[in-house]
Ligand binder design. Structure first.
Ligand SMILES: NC(=O)c1ccc[n+]([C@@H]2O[C@H](COP(=O)([O-])OP(=O)(O)OC[C@H]3O[C@@H](n4cnc5c(N)ncnc54)[C@H](O)[C@@H]3O)[C@@H](O)[C@H]2O)c1
Length: 365
């Protein structure tokens, strides 16, 4: 069965949506946005609560009657089937993943299992359930992916939707594989799908193993700021709430079978970004300019470190009209202010106390 690309006749409206990985960084922003923007949408958040899942990220919506949390693994076929039967989902937004490149270098199999087999399990159950309910055509499987599937760029050029896949880390290889499986379900079984590949995200509620929250925390505490190699690797940064807005747009108006690159044309060398963070954090804390410069510490480069990522998001802008809503200066300043104002959140994550949130708030319900 060969599937052609087509626009939805009118913007879609979904009533019951399964969000996977909603307790993570991006997923929590997606849930918050969808609840706020779509007044009849019911969301079920399926999340295994690995080290990266933090239910405190969703404290402000946990008593919303249109939001439900289910702890569980996306690879668990009977649990996912039971959830489909109970909630009659008409869409899946799939974000759950092992997501940290450094961990994928030390524990590659966990990435292959969750990111490939987990995605395949969700697709399989969705296919069975939507076929049984004869609602395949009006349903949608939205797979959230990364620009890292395209590999690494030289000094010139941007990743577009037609750039050949060339993943280089176990993380990006597992995400690339999952993208292929999603497309295979579209072409083979006619499953309505969309995929988006986004550049690096930053913003509130990000686990402090990732560059920006890690650096903010270390600048505040005057601890060394470890930078891989010479700090010349380049990443293209997008504010997480703009990513969530793009996901909302694509969910409702994205063409069936289409792929959308999401990015903000905002490239930074790691060393320049860290210098910018030093400037912002020191200013917020009333320190002299340059106070934390000496904390910069160059460390042995990451194995197979991709040199440059940069996204061309013109297809998304031209077809669906999405654009970033704020500048990097605005986004980074508000992000720094959020981490400084939420020391307790950071402290709970660092100490491991955040992992008690489920037992304290959900276990007895
Ligand atoms: N963070 C970025 O910059 C970025 C950029 C582009 C794309 N993405 C993609 O967006 C998605 C979300 O990224 P993130 O940064 O929010 O990740 P994250 O690591 O913060 O969150 C991942 C969530 O998935 C959950 N999870 C992990 N394994 C699971 C399993 N087997 N079953 C159920 N839940 C499981 C975790 O508990 C966690 O809550 C990922 O698919 C990632 O590849 C991330």
């Amino acid at each position: 069965m060969s599937q052609s690309l087509h626009a939805p006749a009118s913007p879609r409206s979904f009533q019951s949506v399964l969000v996977t990985g909603g307790a993570g960084f991006i997923g929590s922003h997606v849930i918050r946005r969808l609840l706020a923007e779509h007044s009849t949408m019911v969301l079920v958040n399926l999340d295994a609560l690995t080290y990266a899942g933090n239910l405190a990220n969703l404290k402000d919506v946990e008593s919303n009657p249109r939001y439900h949390f289910q702890r569980g693994d996306i690879r668990d076929e009977s649990l996912v089937t039971q959830l489909f039967r109970e909630h009659a989902f008409d869409a899946v937004i799939h974000l759950a993943a092992e997501s940290h490149v450094d961990r994928s270098i030390t524990h590659p199999l966990a990435f292959l299992e969750t990111n490939i087999l987990g995605t395949a399990n969700l697709l399989n159950v969705a296919r069975q359930q939507w076929s049984e309910r004869r609602c395949m055509e009006t349903s949608l499987f939205y797979h959230v992916s990364t620009d890292e599937v395209y590999g690494s760029l030289g000094a010139e050029g941007l990743f577009s939707e037609t750039t050949p896949y060339d993943p280089r880390s176990p993380y990006s290889a597992s995400k690339a594989s999952s993208d292929h499986v999603v497309r295979a379900y579209h072409h083979t079984y006619g499953m309505p799908i969309v995929i988006s590949n986004c550049s690096n995200n930053y913003g509130s509620h990000q686990f402090p193993e990732k560059l920006i929250p890690l650096m903010i925390r270390n600048i505040v505490d005057s601890r060394p700021l470890p930078i891989y190699g010479e700090g010349i690797n380049i990443r293209d940064w997008l504010w997480v709430e703009d990513h969530a807005a793009a996901i909302d747009t694509i969910l409702h108006t994205g063409w069936v079978g289409d792929t959308y690159n999401i990015g903000g044309l905002n490239e930074w060398r790691n060393i320049d970004l860290v210098r910018k963070l030093i400037e912002l954090v020191d200013a917020e804390l009333g320190r002299e300019p340059g106070f934390s410069d000496s904390l910069i510490t160059f460390v042995k480069d990451r194995a197979g470190h991709d040199m440059r990522y940069a996204i061309d998001a013109s297809h998304l802008e031209a077809r669906l009209g999405w654009k970033p809503s704020i500048t990097f200066e605005q986004g980074l300043t508000s992000t720094v202010q959020w981490y400084l104002a939420n020391g307790a959140w950071l402290e709970d994550v660092t100490s491991g106390d955040y992992q008690k949130y489920y037992e304290q708030h959900y276990d007895n319900r």
